[in-house]
Every structure is written in C-alpha cells, then in structure tokens.
Design a protein around this ligand. Sequence first.
Ligand code: TRH
Length: 368
Amino acid sequence: MNKSTKTNQTSWDIFCRVVDNFGDIGVCWRLAKQLHDEYALDIRLWVDDLNVASKIVTDLDASLNRQQVNGVEVCLWKDDASFANITPADVVIEAFACELPKLYIQHMIAKKPIWLNLEYLSAESWVDDFHAQSSVHPTTGLRKTFFFPGFTEQTGGLIREQNLIAKRDAAKAQMKRLPSIQVSLFCYPHAPIQSLLEAMTESMRPVECFVPTGSSLGKIAEFFGLTQIKVGNTFKKEQLTLTVLPFLTQAEYDQLLWCCDLNFVRGEDSWIRALWSANPFIWQTYPQDEKHHLKKLDAFLEKYEVQADHVLNEFHHAWLDAEISPALWNKLIAALPTLKTHAELQTHKFEQQADLAAKLVIFTKNKV
Ligand code: TRH
C-alpha cells in the first residue's frame, strides 16, 4: 500500500442492487476486492440478489445471508427492517444510485460516515464538472458526494487493479501468434449478431470466435439452423469456427480478452476490461432512452481518439444501430495491425492516470 493513499476510514459498506445482467455486481465486486486487497480495508458488500451475484462471486453460497469471500464480507441486502441493528461503516458507497435502506440512513445520522454515490461510467465531458460535487440529503442533513468514474484526471478514474498491467503483459509475452483471427463475443441479444456471423463466414482470414454462454446463444443457434446450442459446442461454416464457452470467472474472462485479436464487449465492466487488454475491441453500449447510448459511444470514441472517418467509428455505429456487412468486416480485419497499435497507445495513455479505488481512498483521506 502506498503511504499517501492510506486512510483512517477503515470500514466501508458498498451497496449494490442488481438492476440487470452482471455489470452492477461485476463492478461492485471488483471494487470491493481491490479495496480489501490493496488497502487492507474492512469491506461489507450488500447485494440484493445473491443468485445473480454468485455468477460473478464464484465462491459465494447464495443460501447464506452473510459470509466471507476472498476477505470481503458479502451480505444479503434484504428488507429495510433487517438493518435495525446494523451500524454503518466509516465510508458508505451507494453504487449507481441504488437508494440505501431507510433504516440504515437513520443510523447514519449519529455516525456521519462519508457517503458516496458511485455513478455509472461515461466518457461525456460534463462528467469532469459533476465529479465530486455533493448535495445535502433533504431529511437527514447528511452530505452525499457524487463520485463519477471517468477517463480524465478531473474524474474518479477507471477501475484497474495495481498489478493488472504487469499480469497482462506477462501473459501476453507467453502467447503464440496464430494464422486465424481470434475473436471473443459478449453482446446483448439485440445486436446484429447474425449479420456479424454471416460476415465472418466470408472473412478474408479464418476466424475463431469464442462466445461465453449467455443471452446471445439463441440468435447464434438460429444462425446455424438449430433451436438450441450449449457450452462446449463448436460449429464451422466456411471461414468461421465458433465455440461456446462456459461463463468464465472474471479472471478467466480477462485472459480471454488478452488472447483475442478482437473483443466484442458491452455494458460497463467488460468494456473497461477490454480497454485494459490493449487489444482492439468493439463496445456495445447499454441501451438507453432517446438513444442516449449513441452519445455515450461518440463521447468515448472521441476520448479514444477515433476520427469520424475511421473504420472503428463506422463499425461501432453499424454494430449499435445497423448491420455488419462482409465488406465492413473485411475492412476491419485488414486494419487490425494498425488498430492494435492504436489500442496499445490509448491503453497506455489511460494507464498513466490514477485508478478508481486509489481516487476513492484519497478522497476519503482528505475528508477527515
Ligand atoms: O452484464 P452487463 O450488460 O452489465 C451491466 C448491467 O446490465 C447494468 O444494469 C448496466 O447498467 C451496465 O451493464 C451498464 O455488462 P458488463 O458491465 O460488461 O458486465 C459483465 C460482467 O460479467 C463483467 O464483470 C465481466 C463479467 N463476465 C464474466 O465474469 N465472465 C464471462 O464469461 C463474461 C462474458 C463476463
């Protein structure tokens, strides 16, 4: 632990509501573990759905209301009444505006912990101004600070464990170059999956596509003229070989991202893991009202220094809002060597900034 990032606020509560899929718990679990591992903090992670959580927190027993997993105390966030005898921690993280239990907030009045709302990640420029702003809670007078992760020094930074880059580089040094293109595919089922697979069959180079099991399997089965496919299945059609993988641990998923020449990712957490892989990736933003996700995409592409006429821009927009043609696929594949150089440069740029956990700890230290 770095001396300058030591904090006296040693007990932290993180509240996580599983809204949808795995991103909410994916981010909260990663952060909880990092705060424990790197800063020796006592972390309680309150989760409202232990069944979903157990997909990410692989050692979790979903039948237990409280348990230690990898040094983090994971607790079921039940009803309000279950917080009657809970003393708040020194720092309280309300992830993604999940709304803390009312009784817990009442206990916070006496304790006055540092109360942070951890926001969703966005590369939009307004984030710089809103990060670390606070407001007074109307009924208790407690101050809540809005902590925005982000891509600039003015924001709360990106989740990145201290040893991640070294681990990635060591793993990459062992990898062999293959004649085919290795692709990982993690996407929402509304993506133009069938057009992508069709384009891959006509690829200028053979493609090996790896799909961790999930909600996109139905469309993939349809593409191969089947009603169902399962983990372990491999299919071949012209230039495309597709294999269905099990749902990986977060650590295994990182390794897949490091191995592949191109990664399709989505949501929030897999997006940033793809960034840290330093390999080219295509990000499918989480769909939002009034197509706000397109603005989020453009804001990111700008921070990632992608010009409007660049194939990465064209491909991202086609993946989000249209279809993938064989010509567009082959244009992307032809550009892979330059895309890789671009990815390495960009990743290196963001690696220079302090990460989210470090910024949270520094913030709490400066508060006392
Ligand atoms: O699953 P996501 O779509 O999650 C979210 C949530 O839907 C959330 O409500 C929304 O607001 C947010 O997106 C933007 O995608 P994400 O964020 O990439 O989370 C997936 C997690 O699953 C991530 O931690 C990586 C992990 N993962 C594995 O551990 N193993 C796997 O095999 C795969 C494919 C992913």
